[in-house]
Design a protein around this ligand. Sequence first.
Ligand code: AP5
Ligand code: MG
Length: 217
Amino acid sequence: MNLLLYGAPGSGKGTQANMPRSHFGIPHIATGDMLRAEIAAQTDLGRQAQPILAAGKYVSDDIMIGIVRNRVIQPDCVPGFIMDGFPRTVPQAAALDDLMAALGKRFDRVIYLKVPVDDLLHRLSGRLVCPTCQRTYPPGTARCEADGSALIQREDDRAQAVRPRIEIYLEKTVPILDHYRGGGLVSEIDGRGTIEEISRHVLAAVNGRMSKTQKTA
Ligand code: AP5
Ligand code: MG
């Protein structure tokens, strides 16, 4: 099972990855989480990436493609994976096609979590994350339910980075939807509603049973 979670910043990709991760027992490959781990470990890549993330811009395609290429060949990816945050540009989408073909894999479904911009702004400004396991939580949560860590705000959820993230998404990432729509792979899911409701729609889409309110392109 290979799934691609697609959606704007704050659309719920990380939140919704939890269900297929436990349901199918496959890893969640989130390029933003990987970059934040590099930043926390103060590696060369982390030092390079930190100001880019803080400004809400994109890390270069070459770097991102290299990161994903190294990740998907790991043994835990053999049964499949959930890709979140990659591809984000047309060149990344082309590179991922090549990579999947080389591995003899294909995506079973692209889940597009559709959320209006006003809701995105509201969610991002209140979001809290676990610095240990990267799980995300809504405002008001104190500790991570998985490991008890005190939750923090992400640097790029501060006001000055949120709008640039949405703008670059609209400019560079929206065009890749057409890339996947052509293959009939996209299930467009309303990303508003409770997390559990949306997870049910995601599972239905993955199992090929779209509900009446959702659509497949
Ligand atoms: P990344 O970490 O991928 O950030 P993003 O795409 O901006 O997405 P988010 O993680 O902010 O949102 P999400 O969709 O996961 O939503 P979440 O579940 O947390 O990337 C960060 C940065 O890394 C990029 O800006 C870029 O600089 C760099 N980068 C990464 N990949 C790259 C690439 N391929 N190329 C170049 N650069 C790259 O939910 C958000 C909030 O909403 C949470 O508080 C959550 O609790 C809440 N919420 C979730 N669902 C619901 C619901 N149904 N109702 C109400 N609230 C909800
Ligand atoms: Mg995320």
